[in-house]
Design a protein around this ligand. Structure first.
Ligand code: ARG
Length: 461
């Protein structure tokens, strides 16, 4: 084996021939894990500080490591750092360069540490930062929803069940439904962050280390809330990443539902909204087309996030303790989930202000669907008719209105009284969309005053 074969740099001693080129390519992760470089350097510096504090390396070694790492960081930042698949992953690439720069102190950095606890630490740091970014974006998304909901707090929209007109709601109320989903999403990410933010370093390869390390010091230096209590668990489980993917899958499911509604609402058959042109694309063949590609793509991207969740669950399920190389496969699904969720939230934050409602079309749709039929039944019930009888009477009235091609409110009093003599002139207030909305004035209801109250509570929270 040639001395210059850098792939043998780390473990050459025990090997009688170099790794095959195919195996090198197959096992290398540097092309995708190099995005962990900042975390890798940060964790190494904390580890080195602790080693020096504990007298495991000298103060001079620590100073060299700090100087060398600053140089490595600036090379990576500048794009002049040479990444090599011969050095497998981000950890060995950085360590090799550090050693080239500072000599023996670089070789002492890995004292009391393994790539197993190193990579677990890097991923947790990276994910923690990503969760923080996502939490900020989620908050912006919620703010945009509240702004639009406030403007449309009293705008009537047909509420659907089975995608058929059911009862009037306000557009503001409808948007607040997505606000609530996002609120739970934010809670899930915050919860996942708590379990992510624990330090694996110190577990070394699997069993801990023989050096007098201080794990709590390293945890403090890196802003972890505590240490992973069991060394075997610390290096092997990736449940925090799976939790993150599960929270992401739920978030994407919510964004996908919202996307689906935007697509429907943009269709001229609905015509409920216009979406700003900057979020639409045309067709290469049909000159008249304006397509909602952006919400469609957001809907589609939920698929890959669900896939990543399944990939990580499957990745873990058959692994004996402790670390196995399988775990290297955690990164691409995790990174792609982070990227997809981040980009999709950014899109929504930009897109929501580009939504222009068309209230007249929403109202027309309401007129065609007998949306206040339940209000008429409730009216009769208030006058003493049992609800089931009221339901039946209104059913007949709807049938009659349908025959005549009119809305319930367009039937004359005489006509309405054929279905129940309890009906009086005051029925017409009940049959209006505004009356229907205003009547649902309890906590969580669609009445404009309740929508405004909900927005107020949301802002305070
Ligand atoms: N690149 C590896 C990973 O992502 C780092 C840990 C490698 N450990 C080992 N014993 N081969 O998991």
């Amino acid at each position: 084996m040639s001395q210059s074969d850098s792939s043998q740099y780390t473990w050459a001693g025990r090997f009688s021939e170099p790794t095959s080129e195919l195996v090198k390519r197959y096992t290398a992760s540097v092309n995708f894990d190099r995005r962990l470089w900042r975390q890798d350097i940060r964790a190494s510096l904390a580890h080195a500080s602790m080693l020096a504090r504990q007298g495991i390396i000298s103060a001079g070694d620590l100073a060299d490591i700090e100087r060398g790492m600053a140089q490595v960081a600036s090379e990576i930042e500048a794009g002049s750092f040479v990444w090599s698949i011969d050095l497998e992953d981000v950890h060995l690439n950085i360590e090799k360069r550090l050693t080239a720069l500072i000599g023996d102190a670089g070789k002492r950095l890995h004292t009391g540490r393994s790539r197993n606890d190193q990579v677990a630490t890097d991923i947790r740091l990276y994910l923690r930062d990503s969760i923080d970014d996502i939490s900020i974006l989620l908050e912006e998304f919620q703010t945009r929803l509240l702004e639009l909901a406030e403007r449309e707090a009293a705008t009537p929209l047909p509420g659907f069940t089975h995608l058929q007109v059911a009862q009037p709601v306000t557009l503001g109320h409808h948007l607040l439904a997505y606000f609530e989903m996002a609120r739970r999403d934010a809670e899930r990410f915050a919860d996942c962050r708590r379990r992510t933010n624990r330090l694996p370093l110190g577990a070394a390869a699997l069993a801990g280390t023989t050096y007098p390390i201080d794990r709590r010091l390293v945890a403090d230096l890196l802003g972890f809330d505590g240490v992973c209590e069991n060394s075997l668990d610390a290096v092997s489980d990736r449940d925090f990443a799976i939790e993150f993917c599960a929270a992401s899958a739920l978030l994407m499911m919510h964004l996908s539902r919202f996307s689906e509604e935007l697509v429907l609402w943009m269709n001229p058959c609905f015509g409920f909204i216009r979406l700003a042109d900057r979020f639409c694309t045309g067709s290469s063949i049909m000159p008249q087309k304006k397509n909602p590609d952006v919400p469609e793509l957001a809907r589609g991207k939920s698929g890959r996030v669900y896939g990543h969740l399944t990939a990580l669950l499957t990745l873990m399920k058959g692994q004996p303790l402790a670390y196995n190389k399988d775990n290297q496969e955690d990164k691409e699904p995790l990174f792609d989930t982070i990227d997809t969720v981040t980009d999709t939230l950014r899109i929504f934050v930009e897109m929501i202000p580009g939504i222009t409602p068309h209230p007249e079309n929403m109202r027309n749709a309401l007129r065609q669907g007998f949306a206040t039929a339940t209000d008429l039944a409730d009216y009769l019930t208030r006058k003493g008719l049992p609800f089931r009888d009221a339901h039946a009477a209104v059913g007949l009235a709807v049938r009659r209105a349908e025959q005549l091609g009119v809305d319930l409110a367009q039937l004359s009093l005489a006509e309405l009284r054929q279905f129940s003599s309890l009906i009086d002139q005051d029925v017409f207030a009940v049959l209006t969309v505004e009356g229907s909305l205003a009547a649902r004035k309890h906590l969580g209801g669609t009445a404009p005053e309740q929508v405004m109250a909900a927005i107020g509570r949301a802002r305070r929270a």
